[in-house]
Write a protein that binds this ligand. Structure first.
Ligand code: AMP
Length: 284
């Protein structure tokens, strides 16, 4: 079922809650792939009803970013979401989400300033704002997000904690293609050759993971390994960041403590695409 009106979505969710349902929410920007579908499938296993939202949020795109050309196919999204177990697809219009006079913005604080925040200023303000709106519109008990957007999961968890949303957050692993490339709606921007070259990202993550498991704890050495693996494998890639950080806080100590968790974060440009990926490693 498709719902486009905000008031109708709120009424539907209210009715579902009154009937004792557990509502799962999977927020997306549409052009669904197996990564999104994995979130919807898990939500369908864990909740009695599932709302998938499809909304390309202009607030989280910079002026020179790909908002206008971001791929869209609502009919196909409805089909895929329903097959995966969504009860409702909520797809509001930009005009209804941000009517004339709209002004309120949520600032997630310092966690939004690093990495993505440096290259996409304002991005996480847009994300936090739209997610807060979607929470208020869909009234979920549980909200599902992908590890693919690692820093985003930290921002959302800060949002839920600080603003007292009565919502449980679930983060599910990144779904990859057989050669390791993380599924992304933006992969359609890659030419066949670039699609091939993009596999270096996962290989760089694996190299760095291996080094950490072998005992490397010095952050600069890990960063250099990530960077060199990408540059040697594909000189056409422009690295925005390739960095190891403390998983919970994104701090960047000189050495990672034994027993701590490290996140390896990548953001690169390849052709007209901007790709991100990450992986989590336990320090032995
Ligand atoms: P997006 O449509 O790109 O905004 O993504 C919507 C949700 O799906 C976010 O929580 C993403 O982290 C998640 N997601 C995107 N790609 C993947 C993937 N390859 N594996 C798992 N989750 C993903």
């Amino acid at each position: 079922m498709l719902i486009e009106a905000i008031a109708q979505m709120q009424q539907w969710s209210e009715a579902m809650r009154t009937q004792g349902n557990i509502i799962g929410l999977v927020p997306t920007m549409g052009f669904l792939h197996e990564g999104h579908c994995a979130l919807i499938k898990t939500a369908a296993q864990e909740c009695s009803v599932v709302i998938t939202t499809v909304f390309v949020n202009p607030l989280q795109f910079g002026p020179s970013e790909d908002f206008a050309r971001y791929p869209r196919d609502l009919e196909r999204d409805i089909q895929l979401a329903t097959q995966a177990g969504a009860t409702v697809v909520f797809a509001p219009t930009v005009e209804h989400m941000y009517p004339a006079g709209y002004a309120a913005m949520i600032d997630p604080g310092p966690i939004a300033e690093k990495f993505e925040g440096i290259f996409r200023p304002g991005h996480f303000r847009g994300v936090a704002t739209v997610v807060a709106k979607l929470f208020n519109i869909t009234k979920p008990h549980v909200a599902y997000f992908g590890q693919k957007d690692y820093q985003q999961t930290l921002v959302i968890s800060q949002l839920i904690r600080d603003l007292n949303f009565d919502i449980r957050m679930r983060v599910l692993p990144t779904v990859r293609q057989d050669d390791g490339l993380a599924l992304s709606s933006r992969n359609v921007y890659l030419s066949p050759q670039e699609r091939q070259q993009a596999t270096i990202l996962y290989r760089a993550l694996q190299e760095a993971e291996y080094a950490i498991r072998q005992g490397e704890r010095r952050r600069e050495t890990i960063n250099t390994l990530l960077r060199h693996t990408i540059e040697a494998g594909c000189p056409e890639i422009k690295i925005e960041y390739a960095a190891a950080a403390t998983a919970e806080t994104l701090e960047e100590p000189e050495f990672f403590a034994s027993g701590s968790r490290v996140v390896l974060l990548l953001a690169v440009r390849l052709g007209t695409a901007r790709l991100i990926d990450n992986s989590l490693v336990e320090v032995p």
